[in-house]
Design a protein around this ligand. Sequence first.
Ligand code: HQG
Length: 179
Amino acid sequence: MDDRRLVKVSKYLSRHLRHDPQRLGIELDEHGWVEVEALLAALERQRFRLSREELDEVVERNDKRRFTIRDGRIRANQGHTVAVDLALDPVEPPAELFHGTAEGFLESIREEGLKAMARHAVHLSPDYATAVRVGSRRGRPVVLVVDAARMTAEGCVFYRSENGVWLTESVPPWAIAFP
Ligand code: HQG
């Protein structure tokens, strides 16, 4: 499969497995899973042609490992706006995590900290370079350094998605170092 198709299929799957399963006529279970067969049948109904082999290739080659297939079912690893409980176990984070954002959000972030916005959790990156990439989606990136050690000491809980994105409910202003 060429890279353009890979990205196209990945976006299409993200849209439906994270945000709008109804549009495809599929139902996610409480943890975000749907049977692979049901997904393929739904895609076929939409005339979105995708074989099982191609689906496996997208899951495998996706640049951010956005999806997991297990026991005949598939789900998005993170980034949902629909109500699903990923049932991740809390994990102690590294002392520092990173958040890539855009200049225009800084004033508000200084006041209220990082919020989940439309998603279920604030997404944090394990390293600076990844945060730069995340922030670049919105123009010139700004990277905030998050004091995860202090947050943990204060009782905040962190989770790590299957593809290595760190998740937490919110990040208070005192835990953020601004550039
Ligand atoms: C900002 C992509 C104002 C926040 C990426 C971000 C990531 C605030 C935006 C994943 C704020 C939300 C998630 C506040 C947060 N005031 N702005 N108090 N608190 N924000 O897309 O982290 O390709 O929901 O800084 O790579 O940008 O989809 O979150 O800019 O891993 O797999 O509000 O999505 O992955 O935007 O990105 P998003 P995000 P995928």
